[in-house]
Structures are given as C-alpha cells and as structure tokens.
Design a binder for this molecule. Sequence first.
Ligand SMILES: Cc1cc2nc3c(=O)[nH]c(=O)nc-3n(C[C@H](O)[C@H](O)[C@H](O)COP(=O)(O)O)c2cc1C
Length: 144
Amino acid sequence: MALYRLIYVSQAVSGLEYPDLVEIMEKSERNNKNVGITGMLSFGDSMFLQVLEGSRRVISQTYNRILLDKRHVNAELIDFSEIEHRDFDLWSMKVVQFGNQAQVRNIILKYSSSEIFSPISMTGKQSLSFLLELTELYHKGLVS
Ligand SMILES: Cc1cc2nc3c(=O)[nH]c(=O)nc-3n(C[C@H](O)[C@H](O)[C@H](O)COP(=O)(O)O)c2cc1C
C-alpha cells in the first residue's frame, strides 16, 4: 500500500482552551489508530501545524473531517506527497503544545523569517524539518 504524507497549517479560533486540545488529542488518537494514521499536531502562537501519514484514502477522509471542525479556520495545505516510510510511526497523533521556550524559538527562527511562528510561510520541507526538530525537543523533555 502506498504511503502518503499531508501537512497543513490552520489558525485556532479565539477562545480555544486546553480542554479543547485534550479532546482533539483523545479523538485523534482513537480514530487514527483505527485507520492506521500516524502523525503529529503542534500548537503554538494560536496556530496548528499538523502532519498526517497513512494511505491516501484515510488521509483524505480524515483531512476532510478536520476541515469541517469549527475549532480552527483558514486551513492551508502545505504538502501532500508519496513517502517511502513514516517519520512519526510512534504516534497515532502526538499533540505538542509549545510556548516561549528558547529551544523552540531557535528552531522557529531557523525555519521562518521572524520569531513569530508563521508556518503559513514555510515550505513543505521546512515544516517537516520543524516538526521533526520539535519531536527531538519532546524526547529531550523540553516540550510536552
Ligand atoms: C487542529 C485539529 C486537528 C485534528 N486532528 C484530527 C486527527 O488527526 N484525527 C481525527 O480523527 N480527528 C482530528 N480532529 C478532530 C476532528 O475534526 C473531529 O472532531 C473528529 O475526528 C470527530 O471524531 P468522532 O467522529 O469520533 O467524534 C482534529 C481537529 C482539529 C481542530
């Protein structure tokens, strides 16, 4: 079965709170596990940046459902490509929330033109590298 990766960015609606994130995380973990999706959802500076890996059909179905979710707006597709292997195979969906940690700001600076997290201006490669570096910070316990 061919594997695909989809990356998109979106803006959280104002008023989105921690319990919303927890609910998104719980549903994503359960649903994605059932259909073989893996990935990561980062949340910081009111922006979501999410990567989904899996078959083309389940990624499309899941993305279509995510787009209808009223907890975010202005979703923009960054990357959709066929891949050889999964980069996020440990997680059915890992939600990583970040704030002003210096290490996070450093990788933001590396992949954007300003200190403000602006995934909308990242290329597919930059957004993937950003998420992979965030994964490393997670493993080091620097973000949770
Ligand atoms: C930023 C964001 C990311 C989401 N990611 C996923 C996801 O990866 N998988 C998923 O099933 N639902 C995800 N959701 C939730 C869906 O929009 C939807 O609420 C959920 O899939 C409905 O699940 P249910 O039919 O089991 O109630 C996400 C929502 C938001 C706002």
